[in-house]
Design a protein around this ligand. Sequence first.
Ligand code: SF4
Length: 234
Amino acid sequence: MNALAMLAAEEVEALSPDVLVEYILGITPDARPCFTCSFQTEDMVVLDFVRRAVPNVPVIFLETGYHFAETYAYRDRMVAEWNLNLINATAAQTRAEHEAERGLLHIVNPTECCNLRKVAPLMQSLEPYNVWFTGLRREQSPTRANLKKIEDHRTPNGHELKKVSILADWNWARVTEYARRRAIPELPLYAQGYTSIGCEPCTAISMDPTNARAGRWGGKKLECGIHTFSEKAE
Ligand code: SF4
């Protein structure tokens, strides 16, 4: 797609993932894309689309130090198999330093723990980029129901970028069907019953079939903050 004309909001919502990737890269001057990746299935599907257009797209993984062993192993496997340009975004303190100073902050104050180990490293990692691809979907949570495929965002330090969710309108069945068709390996934790996978101490199997993220943070919150810290510019 060359010499792109700007589309109306409703036309953007109708774009297929591959066309949306081309569209956002085409309309963004000096486009510098990145992708934040948890290595869950929808993220692997997004990555499958994005890396066809940008083979060396920076893949930002929020390396909190608290992920499941299975997640680390799967990350390393896919980085090797897909030759990914992985960027581990880490907090200022290692997990050992963090726990020595603050104890088990993820139990007493998960919001502060997420701020230190996810939000702050992400904000810093996003600085070089102006297009931020995500695997967010409206179906994932009530907090994501109004998600738009392209949103203008501004981080608390004033950095502006396009936040692009190419699967915003996909449901889980569509995600898994696509992953199967493209022979994308699956993070093994799904086979154990997990439906939303983050840090190990804050992830349980959801008991609510209507909310895949209900097993996160013991149901006390639905978002870690990485998708709420930046402000949507209207
Ligand atoms: S998900 Fe839990 S362990 Fe991970 S950063 Fe947030 S509070 Fe800390």
